[in-house]
Every structure is written in structure tokens, then in C-alpha cells.
Design a protein around this ligand. Structure first.
Ligand code: ADP
Ligand code: MG
Length: 349
């Protein structure tokens, strides 16, 4: 008898694979965080992470311009370096291309890759190039480094810590919704669609995300201690649950503290979606989610682009979302993929 992959799910499968290997030696962090960490020759921590992007799953050329795909592969991969509170250094890019791709197309993808590498002050050091029968796959490897004392894992959150998030959430998710709705128009007009100008901010959040090294820099300048950190790629709820699970703690999160852009709010209502749902379960925000000791509250409050959305509590079973109306709900993971699948299922009902 065989077991379908769906029975384990992505995280169950990764956990199963992890258990086949010995725990890495003291001082080395392997599977289970945003990136692996090992000691470098000069005493710094070296940080390595990889991310894969598959056509038809992670991007659709009907509405994703080639250069922005290149930008996004670098940004999304390096976001996991930022999630360790480390600095980016090097990048490798591998790709599998079908013969539908042209030389000019590859140039365009690399325009975005080069722009992003320059933006993040990161050097492209290599990669691999191969063919595929149909579609395309891009695979990024990001390498960074930082002083071991600054590197922040998913596992260090302690009771009483403040739960903080950078920027605002849910915008990329709604950007994708707009693009999916307009897919046929965009295909016919080769992306020229002035009527989408009013959604520009949402489209940009989906198509051109930025890894938040600016936040990492500010945390360093303000000497803020971070006890746990992750980047929000799957959705706030799903990624917060990773911190809670690995730190063996619980949380209180408050709806009225969640950062949401007014256009995200308005567009959620236009799609008959609850804005809070988009913030909690939308994904690809690439913002940083982290915990800070309570005594540093005033320091964190001085930083404009950071919101305190709740607190860590000792009981791991206590994972409460407090609604604006005074209600309480259990915080559950319903990340990007599963949320989209649920959307698709409800669309066909
Ligand atoms: P993120 O969303 O931050 O990119 P992932 O959920 O992709 O993180 O991965 C979580 C952890 O699992 C990481 O430490 C990653 O290196 C590890 N991982 C993912 N896939 C595999 C795999 N096929 N084999 C070994 N480790 C994996
Ligand atoms: Mg991550």
C-alpha cells in the first residue's frame, strides 16, 4: 500500500525527511528554520537558504512580467536570510527552461535578477542551466552572514514577549486576486491595462516584493533584541504558528492591531473577503514577524514601520485571536496554498 503525499502535507513530509538524518553537531542549525546556520571561519554565522519557483504553481506568465519574476525569485529567497536577522552576501540561480523560452526572455528574467542583486548588494556567484519538457523552474540559493549573537531563530520566543510585524499584510494576496480576475484581459493587451492603476500598490506587493533588510538594519541600529523571527511567506497565522510550535509557547493576537493598508481593506470587501482573513491567511507578504522582550516596548514603538500585534503566553495550547468586537477565536494555520485551494473549491461549489 502506498501513501499519498497529501496525507502528510508539506510540513509533515519535511519532518519525516528530517528524522532520517542525525541532528547536526552543536552550533549548526539544519532543517526547520528559515535558513541553515553554521559557523564561518571568522566566527560569524553563515546562513544558507534555498527556494524554488515553478511555472503554473508560483507564477503565471499571463500576468507576471519576466523581469519581475527575476526580481521576485531573488527577493523571496533572500527574505529567508532577512528572517534570520542576517545580511545577504551571495546568490546562486539555477533554471530549467523549455524551448518555448527565447534568448530575449532569459535576458529579461536576468534584468530583474541583476537589479535585485544590486539592490541587496549581493553577488551572483553561479547556478545551473538545464532543459525541461514544458514550463519553467527557477531555483535560488541565498547566502548571508551575521554575528552569532544577532542571528535569530524561530524557537526563542518567551512568555511576555511582544509579537511584532513589519509593514502591512494581505496586499500581495489581493494583488494576486486582481491579476487572476484580469488574467484574460492582461494576456490580450500584453500587460497594458490602465484600468488596473487604482490597484497599483497591491499589484506591486505581489509582483515586486522587497525583502526587509531595512528593518533588520533598523533593529540593529536601535539595538532591539529579537527572541524569535520568521518571514511571512505562507501567511501570518501559519508563520506565527511555526514560532509558537518551535518555541513551545502560545499567544494573544488582536485584530485591531493588525497592520492593513486602506487599499487592501477596500479591495478585500470588493472581493467579498473579510479584510482580517486576508491579513491572517493571505501570503507572500515577505514581511518580518518577530518577538521582542516586553521591556523593549518603547524602543520598538519608536520604529515607524513596526506594529505590535500581540503577546506571547506560556501555555502552548492558548493561541487566541481577539476580534475587534470582543470575540475570541482559535488561531489556526490556513496558509497561502491551502487557502487558495479552499477558495478554488468554494468557487466550484
Ligand atoms: P520557508 O517557508 O521559510 O522557505 P520552508 O517551509 O520552505 O521554509 O522550509 C522549512 C525548512 O525545511 C527549512 O529549514 C528547509 O531547509 C527545510 N526543507 C524544505 N524542504 C526540504 C527538503 N526537501 N529536504 C530537506 N529539508 C527541507
Ligand atoms: Mg521563511
Amino acid at each position: 500500500m502506498t501513501t499519498p503525499l497529501s496525507q502528510l502535507g508539506e510540513f509533515g513530509l519535511i519532518d519525516r525527511l528530517r528524522r532520517r538524518f542525525d541532528t547536526p553537531p552543536e552550533g549548526i542549525v539544519g532543517i526547520g528554520d528559515d535558513a541553515a546556520v553554521f559557523p564561518g571561519p571568522d566566527g560569524r554565522g553563515e546562513v544558507v537558504t534555498t527556494d524554488m519557483f515553478v511555472e503554473g504553481i508560483h507564477y503565471d506568465f499571463a500576468y507576471v512580467p519576466l523581469h519581475l519574476l527575476g526580481w521576485k525569485v531573488v527577493s523571496a529567497t533572500l527574505s529567508d536570510v532577512a528572517a534570520m536577522r542576517a545580511q545577504p552576501k551571495f546568490f546562486f540561480l539555477s533554471m530549467a527552461l523549455s524551448n518555448r523560452f527565447t534568448v530575449e526572455g532569459v535576458d529579461a528574467v536576468y534584468d530583474g535578477i541583476a537589479a535585485a542583486c544590486q539592490y541587496y548588494d549581493t553577488h551572483l556567484l553561479g547556478g545551473d542551466t538545464t532543459t525541461i519538457r514544458s514550463g519553467s523552474v527557477f531555483h535560488g540559493v541565498g547566502i548571508g552572514e551575521e554575528l552569532p549573537a544577532r542571528i535569530t531563530y524561530r524557537k526563542g520566543a518567551r512568555p511576555g514577549d511582544l509579537i511584532c510585524v513589519s509593514g502591512n499584510l494581505g496586499a500581495a494576496f489581493l494583488g494576486l486576486h486582481v491579476l487572476e480576475r484580469e488574467k484574460e484581459v492582461l494576456r490580450d493587451t500584453h500587460g497594458a491595462a490602465p484600468h488596473l492603476d487604482k490597484y497599483r500598490y497591491l499589484l506591486e506587493r505581489y509582483l515586486r516584493p522587497v525583502a526587509r533588510f531595512d528593518i533588520v538594519r533598523t533593529l540593529n541600529e536601535e539595538t532591539v533584541t529579537t527572541t524569535a523571527m520568521i518571514d511571512i511567506s505562507d501567511g501570518l497565522s501559519s508563520d506565527l504558528l511555526h514560532i509558537l510550535h518551535q518555541s513551545q509557547v502560545g499567544c494573544d493576537i488582536y485584530e485591531d492591531r493588525l497592520p492593513i493598508d486602506p487599499l487592501t481593506f477596500k479591495t478585500a470587501l470588493e472581493f467579498n473577503l473579510s479584510p482580517a482573513t486576508c491579513v491572517l491567511h493571505g501570503g507572500e507578504d515577505y514581511e518580518l514577524l518577530f518577538t521582542v522582550p516586553a521591556e523593549q516596548e518603547s524602543r520598538v514603538n519608536r520604529i515607524p514601520d513596526i506594529s505590535v500585534i500581540g503577546r506571547i503566553v506560556a501555555d502552548p495550547a492558548h493561541r487566541i485571536f481577539h476580534t475587534t468586537g470582543g470575540g475570541k477565536a482559535a488561531l489556526t494555520a490556513q496558509g497561502w496554498d491551502s487557502f487558495l485551494k479552499k477558495q478554488a473549491a468554494s468557487d466550484t461549489e
